[in-house]
Structure formats: structure tokens, C-alpha cells
Design a protein. Structure first.
Length: 505
């Protein structure tokens, strides 16, 4: 790495949990590009999202704040434009910040500090996507059909979107190389797959068999062993003893891993372009995700819970001129991304922040010279399936889960990585439970938070229903494809095209 500010390439994929990747011990997935990248990188073994749902998690990643502070309580909640993001700070430092792909911004601000988006988003930007929070009286809920409906297709919306995301990102890397004045840059490349439903083309389906995908390590628990939150998810989604056959489960997992291999291939195209244009030594690559996916573990699918299959995300940092490859065991989370990028962009002299963030720079951990580290992750959940705000505290190997309406959960992941033994009811752990409970009540005003969620939902329902009556504003991002910006139209003569000249001659 030269003395100049590094470029940043942040790559992420929806539902790409750490536990589904070979770099984190998975023996099923075939992801050669991510596996090779991890071998050259700092791999954070215990990286967590801060909310197991797309929009809240992404807002936390960009802002460095927990969802209870951003107000992004679910997938239909607005990310306020007044909250600074890592893009605002990097632009202050001279960076060009661009996004290719999904970021799930709700509301009229569809940039949140990015200079430009290279694609539109794949999800709506209005207030219409808001499933009920408290499930009392709920008659409609997402069924298991997306799980049962796994298989081969000729094309999907996700494939179309992710191919466009890759194409635009690769093209932009070439443009950055052609014009050094557009550097330093932050390019975020964000994929929708391997989001359910688990359908892909024959090419990627044939990478696996149902037998290879297999069954979950931990199948559906006996009903007497269901915790209260999981019980709500089981009941709401119709999961029961005979809800899914072993064949359907293996086929769904087959579909997920096939989609994951497709995403790995697309990521490989982006990384190949970075090398081809000669920017790989000047660019720090970070691979992560907004959350994981249960993949049938404990009988659960998707997210909306605090178990590791849903919460653990990859966090892989390749900076060959800055960090030697290593594994880092410390607990970290997505709110640490903002301070880390600012630390790297300024050589440990980051600007003063307009808002105190919840995260900390990971540079010392990545360097192998860790300063004092709290080794604690905080996470939240207040979306569908909840009856009240839920929180998670992960410190060391202990994970504590608290909800005012439910009995507490305490797991020691060092001895119980599958999170099957709840220690909260064991007398020898009573003092630890009391300590965690005191910490929770000192950190969060849970009643205030519950009121904030309900008021937010009431306001959004009113606005959405009103706008649906006519003249609704369009907040979805429209890509600027002005043809005058491309090829020779912007220049007097072809030989004066300095911005789009050949990168490799």
C-alpha cells in the first residue's frame, strides 16, 4: 500500500451467513473465490450483525449506530437522512463513494452519502412493506412455500439483478483506473442472492446434489424444548413436526448452496477486474453480509432470531500491504465498519464524528496488536415475530438473550456451539444472568423503545394508506443513464478522450 489513501471495495451478499462458508468451517459450500480471498486476508471468526433483518442491519452498518438509535425498526422503517453514514465521512476526506446493488433504504433519501448508485434497488422504498409486529390475531404470514419451491429455473429476478450489479461494478472499476482523479474511492457491491426462494439455473444447481447439501446439524427440537421466541416463529410460519419432509429440507439447502456458488462466481468477476486494472494493491477489500440464514437448523429458516446461523456474518479484510493473513477470535459487529474505514483512510487520525457511534476501529485487531478490546457485541430485534423489543449481548463465549415478555436465554458457545443448553435456569449461573440483566436495563430503556416502535408503525401506516389513495411519491432510485456521459459524446475529438482511454495497452 502506498502512502496515499487506500481505495475500499466492500462486497456483501444477502443471507450469506458465516457458517455457510468454507472459510468458517462449512464443508458443503463450494466458494473458491471467497475461500482463496480468506487465505490472503484477516478473517474475523466471530463477526455479528446488529439486527437479523436487512434494512435495520444495513443502516447500522453504514451509520455505526444500533437500530434503536437509527429508528430503523423493521424492513419498512425510514433511515433518516439526518444521520451521517460512513459515506458522508469518507466524502469529507476526499473519497468518491458509489453503490452497485441492494441497500434497502426506505424513504426519500436513496443515497445516504453515496455520490451515485450504479443500479436501482431490488426492494421498494415506501412504507408498504411492514408486516405486523405483535402477532395477536395475525391471519396471514409468510408460508414455507419459498422453502418447498426450491429447484431449477431458466432465470430469476435475483440472477438478473446480481448480474447487473456485477457488470456495473466491473465497469466502474475500469473507469476508476482510467481516471486517477476519481480516486480514492469506496465501491460497495451488494448482492441479493442467496436470498430465498432457493431457485437457480441448471449450471449452478448441478454443482451439488441433495445428498451433498444434506440435513441440518440440529433438526427441529422437541416442542418442550422450544424457547418462547422460537415458538412464535414456528407457529407463525407453520413449522411443525410434519411441516417439511427431509427431502424438501435437503432440496432447499441444495438450492441455497447453489445460489451461494453463483454469488461466489460473481464476486470472483469483481475481484478479477480489480486485479486486471492494477488496483488490487491500492484497494482494501472487505467481504461481509447483512445477516446469515438458519438453513433449517433447529427447524428454523431465514432470520429474525439471535441464533448464530442467523447472526454470524463473514468479515474478511484483504489488505496485503497493511495486514498479514490471520484469524481474529474477538467478538466484533457491523457497527465497527464505519470507524475501521475512517481509521484506515486517515492512518489512525480519523475526523471528529458528528454522532458518537456504537462501534470501534478493528485496525489494531487486524494488525495482530490488539489494544484493549471489550469483546462485546450488542444486537437488537423488534420486527415481526416479536411481542416486545429483544436484545442480545455476546461477551466472550457467552451469549445472553433478553425480552421482557420471555424467559432469558444464556448459552456458552465454547461448550455448546449449537446453542442447545440454556444455562439461564441453572443455579450456578444465576449471578451471571443477574449481571447480564442489569447490563441490559442500564443500556436500553426497553419500554421507551417499545413505545417508539409502536408510534413509528402508526405514523407509517397512516402515511402509506393516505398516499395509496393517489399521487404517491416515487422514492425508488432511478439510475441516471444519460448517454451524453458515455463514449465520445462528451469530448471534442476521440483522441481527447482521456477519461475512458484503455487501461491496459
Amino acid at each position: 500500500m502506498t502512502a496515499k489513501q487506500p481505495n475500499f471495495l466492500v462486497i456483501m451478499a444477502d443471507f450469506m451467513g458465516a457458517l455457510s462458508l468454507p472459510a468458517y468451517g462449512n464443508r458443503i459450500a463450494k466458494t473458491p473465490n471467497l475461500t482463496h480471498l480468506a487465505e490472503e486476508s484477516v478473517v474475523f471468526d466471530n463477526a455479528y450483525c446488529n439486527f437479523p433483518l436487512c434494512a435495520p442491519s444495513r443502516a447500522s452498518m453504514l451509520s455505526g449506530l444500533l437500530p434503536s438509535e437509527t429508528g430503523v425498526f423493521d424492513n419498512g422503517a425510514e433511515f433518516p437522512a439526518s444521520i451521517p453514514t460512513l459515506n458522508h465521512y469518507l466524502r469529507q476526506l476526499g473519497y468518491r463513494c458509489e453503490l452497485s446493488g441492494k441497500m434497502h433504504f426506505v424513504g426519500p433519501d436513496q443515497l445516504h452519502g453515496y455520490d451515485e448508485r450504479l443500479t436501482t434497488d431490488v426492494v421498494p422504498a415506501d412504507f408498504g412493506w411492514m408486516p405486523p409486529w405483535r402477532h395477536d390475531g395475525l391471519t396471514e404470514w409468510p408460508s414455507l412455500e419459498p422453502i418447498r419451491d426450491a429447484g431449477v429455473v431458466s432465470r430469476t429476478m435475483g440472477i438478473d439483478f446480481d448480474e447487473e450489479v456485477t457488470h456495473r461494478a466491473v465497469r466502474r472499476l475500469y473507469d476508476f483506473a482510467r481516471d486517477p482523479e476519481q480516486q480514492p474511492f469506496l465501491l460497495t457491491v451488494s448482492y441479493i442472492e442467496p436470498h430465498e426462494p432457493y431457485k437457480t439455473t441448471q449450471q449452478w444447481w448441478d454443482q451439488y446434489t441433495d445428498d451433498e447439501a444434506g440435513l441440518p446439524t440440529t433438526s427441529l427440537l422437541k416442542e418442550d424444548d422450544w424457547d418462547a421466541h422460537s415458538r412464535r416463529l414456528y407457529e407463525l410460519t407453520g413449522i411443525g413436526k410434519d411441516a417439511l419432509s427431509d427431502k424438501e429440507i435437503a432440496r432447499a439447502r441444495h438450492g441455497y448452496y447453489s445460489m451461494l456458488s453463483f454469488v461466489d462466481h460473481k464476486i470472483g468477476e469483481v475481484l478479477s477486474a480489480l486485479r486486471t486494472v492494477g488496483l488490487d494493491d491500492d484497494t482494501i477489500v472487505i467481504v461481509t453480509a447483512d445477516h446469515g440464514s438458519m438453513l433449517g437448523e433447529r427447524g428454523l429458516w431465514g432470520i429474525l432470531n439471535f441464533f448464530d446461523w442467523a447472526m454470524r456474518v463473514p468479515f474478511i479484510v484483504r489488505a496485503p500491504e497493511r495486514f498479514s493473513p490471520r484469524r481474529v477470535a474477538a467478538n466484533i459487529s457491523l457497527v465497527d465498519l464505519l470507524p475501521t474505514l475512517l481509521d484506515l483512510a486517515t492512518d489512525a487520525t480519523p475526523p471528529a464524528l458528528a454522532t458518537e457511534v456504537a462501534g470501534s476501529s478493528l485496525v489494531s485487531l487486524a494488525s495482530g496488536q490488539p489494544k484493549q478490546w471489550d469483546d462485546t457485541v450488542y444486537a437488537e430485534l423488534c420486527a415481526e415475530g416479536c411481542v416486545a423489543p429483544c436484545v442480545m449481548v455476546k461477551r466472550g463465549s457467552h451469549k445472553f438473550v433478553h425480552c421482557e415478555e420471555d424467559a432469558p436465554l444464556l448459552f456458552n458457545l465454547a461448550n455448546d456451539p449449537s446453542e442447545l443448553v440454556n444455562l439461564a435456569n441453572q443455579p450456578e449461573h444465576a449471578e451471571l444472568v443477574r449481571s447480564f440483566q442489569a447490563e441490559v436495563h442500564a443500556k436500553w430503556d426497553l419500554e421507551r423503545w417499545r413505545i417508539d416502535v409502536e408510534k413509528s408503525r402508526q405514523r407509517r401506516i397512516l402515511i402509506h394508506e393516505t398516499l395509496e389513495k393517489g399521487n404517491a411519491p416515487v422514492w425508488d432510485y432511478a439510475v441516471d443513464n444519460d448517454p451524453s456521459r458515455f463514449y465520445q459524446r462528451s469530448f471534442r475529438e476521440p483522441w481527447q478522450d482521456t477519461e475512458r482511454k484503455a487501461v491496459l495497452e
